[in-house]
Design a protein around this ligand. Structure first.
Ligand SMILES: [Mn+2]
Length: 531
């Protein structure tokens, strides 16, 4: 973030009086932390500030300092003005009364009489003179607030503060630092610059806590790959400024409802693994949510738990049915920059970062179908990238079978594995050994087998990766695929090609639900541009 950009933003803020702060729909801790911190700082500078989010605050974020100032709707941004010309008739007093659905404005003249001609009407000008959008990759991510007030966004200058690689630079001033771990990390630098400009202490303990909360949650407590020396440094300074780290940890990570624990248990018990394509996934159906007596958003965090507990997996997915809002969401994480889940999700109509992304399907497609489509998609991606060709066809065949979400009857497979004539026996056995274990990343790096391309530094995209020999290494997750979807079974069949055009619809809002912040890992070794 260059100083010039920060100065432009500060100048814009300086000359604005009435500022609107927004974040993406289904605001997460980073988005809320950013708008609350900005709210408090701008109030300190004497500005009129309004902070609005679309959705109610998640329970576990209610501890955020000043959370109660956030409104859930944008009262009309524009006033309607009724004016009365008092040139000829001086005014004595004004009052109003309510009569059913009508408001009567009663004006009493000092003398004389007002007439209709003295009254005029006008649309007030927009009451906000600046919008600051935080943690949102584009205007649509702001949700209904944008849809319902689009005019406001055309008339009002916007400062866009974010760290998503997919950010479209939609503001007049764009402070988008894709290497920052969180929006609050970007904001920290802005607030420091403002302190200098106004020669005033702005970062109070509350603000430091809000900023740190965004960094902690977006880095998964400094566990994701987007944890950089800079984010650690900023965090250290925030602690020094009085950020209450324990309060954040306790509320975010150590307080779980019984229903949440139950839901996690159900989801974890359904984890499936495909070692050959280095995938791990699980599903949450509406029945699971009901069984746990949980809310759909209580699955938040599960995918990151999978991420840290599935050694060797490169792609981690959680596919969830949200019956309440009638969509199916797919959240993806990758453990290496070589696998760009942002790209995969973009092709499915969503988006995100290289290492954290997602999309939603709202077209009424069956849950199982959505599951098999994405599994197929990722397998194809991995086949190409890993050059799993050796047994090309067979491999693919193998692959496609496990997707099944748990209901047996729904498994789209044409035939059950059993029915299928086994492919050549010997082949199977070799496959079997292959697919039972993941290679750990380290393993891959070692020159163990023949030449293996260094996978770490690969440009993320799908650069064809030289094939990696698959070597058994850590026994990955135990083979648990319970239910019908046995994880990779050697004799799988190719999946019937499904129409893939989902309309995933909105790009993954910055991960809301299960994807706490889809931005985790943006950078990592190679300073990736996680776009
Ligand atoms: Mn964020």
């Amino acid at each position: 973030m260059d100083n010039n950009t920060i100065n432009q933003a500060i100048n814009l803020i300086d000359k604005s009086r009435n500022i609107l702060l927004l974040t993406h729909a289904k605001a997460d801790c980073d988005g809320l932390g950013a708008i609350l911190a900005t709210y408090l700082a701008l109030k300190e500078l004497g500005k009129d500030v309004t902070a609005v989010t679309n959705d109610p605050t998640p329970e576990n974020l209610e501890f955020l300092p000043s959370i109660s100032i956030v409104k859930n709707s944008l009262a009309s941004a524009k006033d309607f003005i009724i004016s009365l010309d008092t040139t000829k008739t001086p005014l004595s007093k004004i009052k109003y009364n309510l009569e059913g659905n009508r408001v009567n404005i009663i004006v009493t003249p000092k003398n004389g009489t007002f007439s209709k001609e003295d009254v005029t009407f006008a649309q007030g000008t927009n009451k906000f003179d600046l919008i600051i959008s935080m943690d949102a990759g584009n205007l649509e991510h702001l949700g209904p607030i944008y849809d319902q007030n689009s005019e406001l966004f055309f008339e009002t200058p916007i400062i866009n503060i974010d760290h998503h690689a997919s950010n479209t630079d939609f503001g007049q001033v764009n402070m988008v630092d894709v290497v920052a771990a969180s929006t609050t990390e970007v904001l920290y630098h802005v607030l420091i610059a403002m302190e200098k400009k106004y020669d005033k202490k702005l970062i109070t303990e509350d603000i430091a806590t809000l900023l740190l909360a965004g960094i902690i949650t977006d880095t998964g407590s400094f566990q994701h790959a987007n944890t950089s020396p800079k984010s650690m440094e900023v965090s250290a300074k925030l602690l020094d400024m009085g950020a209450r780290q324990q309060e954040i940890i306790k509320n975010i990570y150590k307080t779980k409802k019984l229903s949440t624990l139950k839901l996690w248990g159900i989801v974890l018990s359904k984890v499936q693994v495909d070692p050959m394509h280095r995938m791990v996934w699980s599903t949450i159906s509406k029945d699971d949510i009901q069984e746990a007596d949980a809310e759909p958003d209580e699955s938040e965090g599960i995918i990151d738990d999978l991420l840290s507990n599935a050694p060797g997996a490169e792609v981690i997915m959680l596919i969830k049915e949200n019956k309440k809002e009638n969509y199916i969401s797919v959240s993806m994480r990758s453990t290496t920059n070589a696998v760009d889940v942002g790209k995969i999700c973009a092709e499915m109509g969503g988006g995100g970062h290289v290492r954290a992304a997602g999309y939603k399907v709202r077209d009424g497609k069956a849950f199982d179908q959505v599951v098999s489509e994405i599994l197929q998609k990722v397998r194809e991606y991995q086949v190409k990238r890993l050059n799993i060709h050796t047994e090309d066809v067979e491999t693919r065949n193998l692959a496609s079978k496990d997707e099944g979400p748990k209901k047996p009857e729904e498994a789209p497979k044409p035939e059950k594995p059993e029915d299928k004539p086994a492919t050549s026996g010997d082949k199977q056995s070799e496959k079997k050994s292959t697919y039972l274990e993941f290679k750990s990343p380290e393993e891959n790096r070692k020159p163990k087998r023949k030449k293996r391309p260094p996978r770490k530094k690969k440009p993320r995209q799908e650069q064809p990766q030289p094939k990696q020999p698959e070597k058994p290494v850590e026994p990955l997750v135990p083979e648990e695929p319970k239910q019908e979807a046995p994880a990779p079974k050697p004799e799988e069949k190719p999946q019937p090609e499904q129409p893939s055009g989902q309309q995933p619809e909105t790009p993954p809002p910055p991960p809301t639900e299960e994807a706490p912040s889809e931005q985790p890992p943006t950078r990592t070794p190679p300073p990736p541009e996680q776009m």
